[in-house]
Design a protein around this ligand. Structure first.
Ligand code: DON
Length: 304
């Protein structure tokens, strides 16, 4: 498979979409990013790397962090995690409170904001040094020790984080947050503020591409069965109320973020990441979705 040629073709084919969509601006610091950048990286299980565009530029991973946080929580808590968070797609926006009220404070899944805030609470309670342990885990997964939080982005989000604060309050009312709400939100925003490049994300997602390989990174261990189950949640819940559409168009498990990144993987084949800040109405990168649709179409490789 000539992945480099396929990526070069994708880069050419998405050019008409430059300028389509809006970058996230509800986090003020994200509104400052040049919206017309685009990068894509693919790394095979054999370690071959392919890339186009701004693939080495770091960007705010935002909700992609929810995958790393879930891996840690599953490793620590095992099946007990599902007492506090569900594993069904929500069919609602990532920051919706509607179901949370109806379902008495148990978030539908760990990839909507409510679910990730519960996961953040759990990590705060269980880890010795949550800020340090989380970033060390991500660095190890991505194979790069210079990956870091951006405290300016985290504080920018916190300063306007009224909706997430409302979600945290509702969770606390229903006894699904043990810690102090301000601290839980601070840690959640910090995890979202991590900056990584497409190359680093593609490498990190390789860890999920072969559930038979040992998953052991910086003391975070998952069994092959746990990796398989994480992957199922990425497939069904990784793209919020566009999970069905992403499955239809692309056919890979993955996770998006409002920074414009999408990380995904093809089981037994590769990890892949694409970034372009302009989003569609559901909060997923316009060019990112198209690029991945073209990838699975051109390679004829997907999970289906
Ligand atoms: O909590 C938020 O709203 C952001 N920190 C993350 C949201 C996000 O990335 C959803 N992605 N599509």
């Amino acid at each position: 498979m000539d992945y480099q040629q396929i990526l070069d073709n994708i880069y050419r084919k998405v050019q008409p979409l430059v300028g389509v969509g809006q970058q996230a601006d509800y986090i003020p610091a994200l509104a400052m990013v040049d919206p017309d950048q685009m990068g894509m990286s693919l790394e095979t299980l054999e370690g071959e790397r392919f890339a186009v565009g701004d693939s080495e530029t770091r960007f705010s991973i935002q909700s992609i962090s929810k995958v790393f946080a879930l891996a840690m929580a599953l490793s620590i808590e095992g099946e007990d995690l599902w007492r506090r968070v569900g594993r069904e797609p929500s069919g609602s926006t990532f920051n919706s409170m509607v179901l949370l009220e109806v379902e008495h404070g148990k978030p539908r899944n760990p990839f909507i904001n409510a679910g990730a805030i519960v996961v953040a609470d759990l990590l705060l309670e269980r880890l010795n040094n949550p800020d340090r342990d989380y970033i060390h885990f991500v660095r190890r997964l991505a194979g790069n020790d210079s990956i870091a939080y951006n405290p300016i982005v985290a504080e920018s989000e916190r300063s306007q984080g009224y909706l997430n604060a409302a979600i945290a309050n509702l969770l606390k009312y229903h006894h699904n947050i043990n810690g102090d709400i301000e601290q839980v939100l601070k840690f959640y925003f910090l995890m979202c503020s991590v900056e990584m490049s497409c190359g680093e994300l593609a490498h990190a997602f390789l860890a999920f591409a072969d559930h038979r390989r040992p998953f052991s990174y910086n003391g975070i261990n998952l069994t092959s069965s746990q990796v398989k189950r994480m992957n199922a949640i990425m497939q069904t819940c990784g793209f919020y109320d566009e999970a069905g559409e992403f499955s239809y168009l692309v056919g890979l498990p993955g996770k998006s973020g409002v920074g414009g990144g999408i990380a995904a993987f093809c089981p037994q084949r590769y990890g892949v990441a694409v970034w372009s800040p302009r989003l569609n109405k559901k909060g997923n990168s316009v060019i990112g979705m198209k690029a991945l649709e073209l990838l699975t179409t051109d390679t004829e490789e997907s999970i289906f």
